[in-house]
Design a protein around this ligand. Structure first.
Ligand SMILES: [Zn+2]
Length: 285
C-alpha cells in the first residue's frame, strides 16, 4: 500500500521527506493548528534544509497537522538560489507564470491556504551577517520568543510575493528566519532546529521541549529598498549586513544619483552585482 497521496502533478504528500518527495504531512489525528515549515525556497540556503532533514523523522506531533516542505528541490540539488527566477516573489494570488518556480509557488500557496501559520527558513548570502528574523503583521510576538538578536518588520511593503507577505494578505502569522550566512550553514543548523521546536510548541503541536528566548533583541524597521537604475551603481566601500551607516555619508552612487545616509540607519543585503531593476540594498532603522 502506498502512503503517498497525490495532490497535484508536481508534488506528493509522502511518509519520508526527501528531495524527490519534498512535502511531508504529519497529521496527529487530534484537533489543533495546521502549520507549515518551509526550507530551501532559495536552494543554496542550507541551514534550514539540513534542519528539516534531521528533524523530519523525529518530530512527534501531538496535536494538529504539520507540513514539512523542501520548497525548491531542483535549486537545492544544484545548490543555487533559484533555477530560473526568485521563488520568494511569486507567492501572489492569481500567479499565472510559466516558470518552474511559478508552478512551485502555486502548489505551496495551496498548502498555505490550509495553514494557520508558516515558518520559512532562509539564510543570508552575505559573508558577514547576523541571524535575524523577518516578521509580518501577525508574528512579532512569536519572533520575540526565538533566540535571534535582531528582529525586523516592514518588509511586506517592499517584498510583495514573499511567503511571509502572502500569509499577511491572508491575515496569518508567518516568520522568515535568516539563519546566518550561507557560507556557514552547518554552524547555524542548531539555531534552525531550536527555532522549529519553539515555533511548534508555540502553536501547541509538540510538547514543550526547549526554552524560549529571554535575551534582549534589537527591533528594526525596514523603510527603503534600493533598486539598481544604471550599470554604474556602486557602493562607496564594502558593507556588511547590519553595518550602521554614518549620518550624511554617501554610501552608494547610481549614475548621477547619490544615496546619503540619515541618522541611525543600518544597511542589509548590500549587493552591487544585480541587473538593472534588481534590489541592491535594504535600509532599516
Ligand atoms: Zn532566502
Amino acid at each position: 500500500m502506498s502512503f503517498c497521496k497525490k495532490i497535484n502533478s508536481a508534488y506528493h504528500v509522502c511518509m519520508k521527506l526527501t528531495l524527490d518527495n519534498p512535502i511531508l504531512l504529519k497529521d496527529s489525528g487530534i484537533p489543533g493548528k495546521t502549520v507549515a515549515i518551509f526550507a530551501g525556497v532559495h536552494g543554496n540556503e542550507k541551514a534550514g534544509v539540513h534542519a528539516l532533514e534531521q528533524l523530519a523523522d523525529k518530530l512527534d506531533i501531538k496535536r494538529g497537522k504539520l507540513y514539512l516542505v523542501l520548497a525548491n528541490p531542483e535549486a537545492i540539488k544544484a545548490n543555487v538560489r533559484e533555477v530560473n527566477i526568485n521563488l520568494n516573489r511569486l507567492f501572489l494570488k492569481g500567479n499565472t507564470g510559466a516558470e518552474p518556480e511559478d508552478v512551485i509557488a502555486r502548489n505551496l500557496m495551496s498548502i498555505l491556504d490550509q495553514c494557520d501559520a508558516l515558518l520559512d527558513l532562509h539564510a543570508s548570502n552575505s559573508k558577514n551577517t547576523k541571524p535575524f528574523i523577518i516578521f509580518n503583521k501577525f508574528s512579532e510576538d512569536i519572533s520575540r520568543l526565538m533566540n535571534f538578536e535582531i528582529i525586523s518588520g516592514g518588509w511586506s511593503n517592499f517584498h510583495q510575493g514573499s511567503s511571509d507577505e502572502y500569509m499577511e494578505t491572508l491575515g496569518k502569522c508567518a516568520l522568515c528566519l535568516e539563519c546566518g550566512s550561507v557560507f556557514e550553514s552547518e554552524k547555524n543548523v542548531p539555531l534552525a532546529i531550536q527555532s522549529i521546536k519553539q515555533f511548534l510548541q508555540y502553536f501547541d503541536l509538540i510538547d514543550r521541549s526547549v526554552e524560549y528566548n529571554s535575551e534582549p533583541q534589537v527591533r528594526l524597521n525596514i523603510f527603503k529598498v534600493g533598486i539598481k537604475e544604471t550599470n554604474e551603481f556602486k557602493f562607496s566601500k564594502h558593507y556588511d549586513d547590519f553595518e550602521m551607516l554614518k549620518e550624511g555619508e554617501i554610501f552608494a552612487t547610481d549614475g548621477n544619483k547619490k544615496y546619503v545616509a540619515g541618522s541611525n540607519e543600518y544597511i542589509i543585503f548590500p549587493r552591487e552585482n544585480k541587473p538593472i531593476g534588481g534590489e541592491v540594498f535594504v535600509l532599516a532603522k
